[in-house]
Design a protein around this ligand. Sequence first.
Ligand SMILES: [Ca+2]
Length: 159
Amino acid sequence: MRILPAAFATLALACALAVPATAAQAADAGPSSLAATLVTGADAAALAGPSCPSGNFCVWRYTNPGSDVNRYNWSGSDGDYRNNYWGDGATVDNTPSAVKNSSNQGNYVEVYAGYNYGNTSAHPYPICGAPGDATWDLRDLGFDNAASSHRFVSYNCFG
Ligand SMILES: [Ca+2]
């Protein structure tokens, strides 16, 4: 029996649910007032991120990122994260804690714990994300601080 890789889609729903809550907070300020449509600085920051540029695969260094600080992104596949670095010079390898697939070509993405799209004994299967899928806390997939390579694929990697 084939075991399906875990899916990014797990937490995409949680992200979608956060949007109505923010709208509800704005409405509480006074639905008949113009002020109700204004977004305060703090709310604007919350609404601003995280984001992933169209066509890219993005990772964030920490879980549940509130912005694009500590985001790293690629427009293609990368078989080895050891030569990719955060702003402080630390390697991206084995550090991603959140991910998003922003493919604009309908591509899925497979994320591997090994180099060159390989698995490891601790992570014998890749995780898979459809276009638009995000997981904001990779602990939920048992894949926190594990990613070492990823590739875009034209097939549905859910199986
Ligand atoms: Ca690399």
